[in-house]
Design a binder for this molecule. Sequence first.
Ligand SMILES: [Zn+2]
Length: 301
Amino acid sequence: MRPSTGSKVLWSELLPHEFRNRMKYNPTVYLPLGLCEPHGQVSAFGLDTIKAEWLCEQAALRVGGIVAPSMGYHIHETGYHARWLEEEIGDNNPHMTGIPPAVMLQLFLYQLRAFVNAGFRTIIVISGHSGGNQVDIRRAADLFMRHIPVHVWVRSDPELVEGLYEGDHAGKYELSQQMYLRPDLVDMRARSYENEPDSGGRLALGLDADEASPELGKLIMEACLDRLCVEADRMKRMYANEEIPPINYGLIQIIWSELLRTADEWVTAQPWPSQEEVSPQSRWKPYERYSPNGTGAEYRF
Ligand SMILES: [Zn+2]
């Protein structure tokens, strides 16, 4: 029988007996990942978080499960992000909530720990921020699964619609998503600010942004959701009701040390081979090659 919590799927809004009921029906937790970063003058900063939250909430309504508090901070600036920022933002202030890879990945492991200790056996992570960082999140998830018998599935939203739609940054794809989900948070007339001094200019607006529409956004979001629900349904069927003793900090620290040993392979730590070097005078230069073990000496403040 379906749990009787109506449209309430957010962990933060559930009462303990409602939580237990939903958990009994489907021990899946969804973690929406996003951040605040510029999507042109025309869109609110939180686009990535907003679409991840929508997908997780809709999937929980359809398939069951509980949506964990969103993570509105994400990996940015380092590796391939640095040249992207130089090209798209320049030396303007991006007003974003970026954090370093090591901080994100270590916190992520502790988030997984919290989910398992709360009783979840299936963990679905949806990142609205994509471009490579989801690969590092998957690496952390894979390592976690080698130690703990749960299933963790990590996807960015463009990965959910691979072959159907091409993801972008603040272009036709993303602005359509936002126009469908939160039309109140897109204002194409705000492009007029691009020419104002101190506005930041284009602020990473995609070249095909004018082709965005709520109709396309609906098609994209529904396709993302369909794919996500197929997976959530499949995972719901395959979970084994295995007793897992509470995970302590020590085990997470062991997993974290293993992950740290692979830091030079993290996608977010290095530029893409095809990318040009960040200019020496750019404010993003110090982030181009990232090492979690850095002393800080390589960073300019
Ligand atoms: Zn975005």
